[in-house]
Design a protein around this ligand. Structure first.
Ligand SMILES: Nc1nc2c(c(=O)[nH]1)N[C@@H](CN(C=O)c1ccc(C(=O)N[C@@H](CCC(=O)O)C(=O)O)cc1)CN2
Length: 392
């Protein structure tokens, strides 16, 4: 079976905008990223669920007025007063933070992280995501290796490439773009990625560890990790809150619920067989929706002041001049829900960009771990990654 292997040696980005003059402040922000440190008290909580801006000195990470360089305020939808959680902006900050660390690692031990991506078939959306992953790697200085296989490839073909990347010391992260063609057994393929390089966090051992108290996964799946990272970066409390996850997929809903639980939320999962889901979501302080049903969560499903994280990316046909002929909408009816919520992620520009940012962060984490490079005490989920920790 023909396969195309494309290898690119990525460049470090320390020449232009992320100049060395800004590296110390960026490195400082990295602490927020690599530890559980929260931002300063930037949001008042007179009503514990109603987050309002009280401090104009909001950190750069969550300033979203892209036209202005002044650190004025987070973006608030004027009509609704809900804070718009700007994933695009946060993802950009994370890319800068990852780039600083990659540069430091290269300077200190001469190691450049490598990410291998396997794409099977010709789904346009998957090809776009893989292209964007490669672009993101180039931006931060990660070497990327890509294998493209035709739709009718055999499972063995995919396994052969995984095995090769498992053995390649220049590769620190391996991912197989999902979904796979229907004739392939996804489990067999995900099981074959060695857990030390499982930057998607989909290996059953990583998911199993995520589910167990007292055990730590080596990697957390990127999209749910991105959801929690957004909550952290917007200083939105999770501990003791009621959280509802809508959807129970292996790659988003289930790990998102596990992560919220690890953060001491009280978690309910709503799924396709749940009766009267709106009665459950109405009790939630935090909703993460990942079902792929456009505008399913209406305004009257939401408790006033709730925080809404929308993972759905649903194409909806439009008869306009839009070149694509469709626009993207989330699972949450933004127009209605943003009038009730205190904070909400938009689609596009919310959780989506965080998926790739978290992949870069996981790849960096993997390279650091595999080379015993200095860790910053905790990763974003408080997973202990102590200095020179031996790999267990
Ligand atoms: N192996 C994996 N497969 C898939 C994953 C994954 O994490 N690992 N997640 C999704 C697809 N995905 C990354 O692979 C992904 C989805 C969406 C976005 C994103 O940035 N979305 C934008 C909108 C993009 C557009 O305009 O089309 C947004 O929401 O703003 C990035 C990555 C399934 N497969």
């Amino acid at each position: 079976m023909a396969s195309l292997i494309h290898m690119s040696s990525a460049t470090t980005i320390f020449t232009s905008s992320s100049s060395s003059s800004s590296s110390s402040s960026t490195a400082a922000r990295l602490l927020h990223f690599t530890t559980t440190t929260k931002f300063p008290n930037t949001i008042s909580r007179s009503n514990p669920l109603q987050f309002r801006i009280s401090n104009p000195k909001f950190p750069k990470t969550i300033i979203t007025h892209s036209s202005s360089s002044s650190a004025s305020a987070i973006q608030v939808d004027n009509e609704t007063a809900a804070t718009v959680i700007d994933g695009k902006r946060v993802a950009k900050d994370i890319r800068e933070e990852v780039a600083v660390e990659i540069s430091r690692m290269k300077d200190e031990i001469g190691i450049v992280p490598g990410l291998a991506v396997i794409l099977v078939g010709d789904r346009k959306d998957s090809a776009t995501y893989v292209r964007n992953k490669k672009k993101a790697c180039d931006t931060v200085g990660i070497n990327s290796y890509e294998v493209q296989l035709p739709e009718d490839s055999s499972e063995e073909e995919v396994l052969k490439h995984i095995s090769k990347f498992n053995d390649d010391p220049s590769v620190h992260g391996i991912l197989v773009q999902l979904p796979l063609p229907s004739h392939m057994n996804e489990q067999n393929i995900l099981n074959a990625v060695c857990i030390e390089k499982d930057v998607d966090g989909f290996h059953p051992l990583n998911i199993g560890r995520l589910a167990m108290r007292g055990r730590e996964p080596l990697f957390v799946p990127c999209t749910p990790k991105g959801c929690i990272e957004l909550l952290h970066r917007y200083d939105i409390p999770i501990k003791g809150k009621r959280a509802v996850v809508i959807g129970r997929s292996n790659i988003v809903g289930m790990p998102a619920a596990l992560l919220l639980q690890r953060e001491d939320a009280t978690v309910s999962i709503v799924h396709s067989r749940t009766k009267n889901p709106e009665e459950i979501t109405r009790q939630a302080d935090i909703i993460i929706s990942a079902v792929g049903q456009p505008n399913m969560v209406r305004g009257n499903w939401v408790k006033p002041g709730a925080v809404l994280i929308d993972v759905g990316i649903n194409p909806v046909e439009v008869r306009s001049r839009k070149p694509r002929g469709y626009r993207l909408v989330g699972d949450i009816c933004y127009e209605e829900a943003s009038k009730v919520a205190s904070a909400i992620t938009p689609v596009p520009g919310g959780v989506g960009p965080m998926t790739i940012a978290m992949l870069l962060s996981n790849t960096l984490l993997s390279a650091k771990r595999l080379h015993n490079f200095r860790f910053d005490r905790f990763d974003v989920f408080g997973v202990w990654v102590c200095l020179k920790a031996p790999l267990k």
